[in-house]
Design a protein around this ligand. Structure first.
Ligand SMILES: *Cc1c(COP(=O)(O)O)cnc(C)c1O
Length: 499
């Protein structure tokens, strides 16, 4: 339990602090569980939440108080209002664990904060399809059993130029499934420069082992040549694989073999070339001045047989693993038994279909797809928002912190383009003390995280940085309404904050 709920009420008379300290309460002064539950103030709560849950909470509360009483630490005042305290404890225990937060980290597609935000069209489709039966696996033409992949396959083929497509729960599952279906019990050749580890324990050598394939590393960390791949092919080789180095860059004296060079080498030996793009993007981001990410359609045109990428990174949709490519391979992948365990649920499938449909009008994407809207937000607009918010925040944090509008560099996030930074703007907050800067920043970021709508920033270089690229007008309003609470949580005297 956190004390934050009680901190928002400003200074309250603390009976413990009175001049003559009363004697501590005794364990025998505590009510029994039954007596506590008979309090009239609890009858509505018992009706709503049921006796079992409330009883367990009551027992936990009384046990904790008894322990403190036995240690001689229980103030008599703590026995007042026990029913109210129990009710509060029950509500806190049941407060939703998944909550909205405000992402001011500067990382637009933040894996820890849920990655891409869904487009309105995707949310509408979810609402529309989830409250009633739908044709998830029902063919409305024939009246027979259908395939859930068919809901998005034609769109994926249309958008990437692939012959066929299938979808699974996420891209890690897509990579696992492709390797297992095409490479189990055989060898898969990957460059040493591409043996990636993505956050959350996705490591290419381990995925390879789980899929039952044998990893054959070729080249060196910085340089791999076509002859390295050619020399490693044996009769046990199942495929050649390229992996996008999503979260690092190999720079300097480097060489890698691109897909267009590798495809003929694979095909000459009758092998498929598989490419894991990680993020992938369905449109060229450089048209909006963003760094270019490789597109699945380019990989297919370069000769890749199978390409995998995520649904909730740059694509801007729900969590999903998309697998596109030649029909013969996609059929094998789709029929592989593991596919059933990795299949997509109907919720993200509905959202994915609606998201993909937006790509038929790329010219509207920066309006309709939140990920692209945020990534292309003009810095001037972000800076103006920072100028608007700065004095309000400065007032709430005075006199302990100084708030300044600052230009900053954000990033796209989720493993795309790690070295490219996204020019942005926001607020840089510095403690106005020479000593204890670290602690002052920590208590500020704790207080921001502890707000009813938690605000997540980033601490670096003796500042707390709030990058406002992802702050919507509605979130800004909510943040401003929370400023008095923020001030109270920091223990700053109540000011005359005007809302
Ligand atoms: C992100 C990523 C994955 C994993 O994708 P998820 O959608 O997170 O499962 C796999 N490979 C690469 C190269 C990635 O960047």
């Amino acid at each position: 339990m956190t004390p934050k709920a009680s901190m928002v009420h400003g200074p309250k008379a603390n009976p413990e602090a009175s001049a003559t300290e009363p004697a501590p309460a005794q364990a025998k002064d505590l009510p029994s569980v039954d007596r506590l539950l008979r309090a009239p103030a609890l009858s509505a709560l018992l009706d709503e939440l049921g006796a079992q849950f409330v009883t367990r909470q009551a027992r936990a509360l009384l046990d904790a108080l008894r322990r403190r009483a036995l240690a001689g630490e229980l103030a008599p005042s703590e026995l007042d209002e026990l029913p109210e305290r129990l009710a509060r404890q029950c509500r806190e225990a049941l407060a939703p664990r998944m909550r909205r937060v405000v992402n001011l980290t500067g990382t637009v597609i933040h894996t820890n904060l849920g990655r891409a935000l869904l487009a309105d069209a995707a949310l509408q489709q979810l609402l529309h399809c989830m409250a009633s039966p739908n044709n998830l696996e029902y063919d409305l033409d024939s009246g027979g059993r259908g395939d859930r992949d068919s809901l998005v396959e034609s769109l994926l083929c249309e958008l990437t130029g692939a012959e066929a497509a299938t979808v699974v729960n996420n891209n890690a599952a897509a990579v696992l499934l492709v390797i297992a279906a095409l490479g189990r019990g055989r060898e898969v050749i990957v460059s040493r420069g591409e043996l990636v580890e993505i956050g959350g324990a996705f490591r290419m050598p381990d995925v390879m082992a789980s899929a039952g394939a044998e990893l054959v590393e070729v080249g060196t960390t910085n340089r791999t040549h076509a002859r390295d791949y050619e020399g490693a092919i044996t009769e046990r080789t199942a495929m050649l694989m390229k992996v996008h180095t999503s979260n690092y860059a190999v720079q300097g004296f480097t060489a890698a073999v691109d897909e267009a060079t590798l495809a003929p080498i694979a095909h000459a030996r009758g092998l498929p070339l598989v490419s894991d793009l990680g993020s992938g993007a369905l449109v060229d981001l450089s048209q909006w001045g963003l760094p270019k990410e490789p597109l699945p359609q380019e990989m297919l045109a370069a000769g890749c047989d199978v390409v995998t990428f995520s649904g909730d990174k740059l694509l801007g949709g729900p969590q999903a693993g998309l697998i596109v490519g030649k029909k013969a391979f996609i059929d094998r992948i789709r029929k592989f038994p593991m596919k059933r365990a990795l299949r997509m649920s109907k919720l993200p499938l509905a959202a994915l279909e609606a998201t993909l449909r937006l790509y038929l009008r790329p010219d509207r994407l920066t309006r309709e797809l939140p990920t692209l809207r945020l990534l292309t937000r003009p810095v001037d607009e972000i800076r103006a928002q920072a100028q608007d918010l700065a004095p309000r925040l400065a007032q709430a944090l005075a006199p302990r912190y100084r708030v300044e509008v600052a230009d900053m560099l954000g990033q796209i996030g989720s493993g795309s383009l790690p070295v490219e930074r996204l020019p942005s703007a926001g607020l840089a907050i510095a403690p106005l003390t020479a000593k204890g800067v670290g602690r002052a920043l920590e208590s500020l970021s704790d207080a921001l995280r502890g707000l009813p709508l938690p605000v997540i920033g980033r601490v670096a270089e003796d500042r707390l940085w709030l990058d406002l690229r992802c702050l919507s007008a509605q979130e800004q309003q909510a943040l401003q309404e929370q400023l008095p609470r923020l001030r109270a949580a920091l223990g700053l005297a109540a000011p005359e904050i005007t809302e």
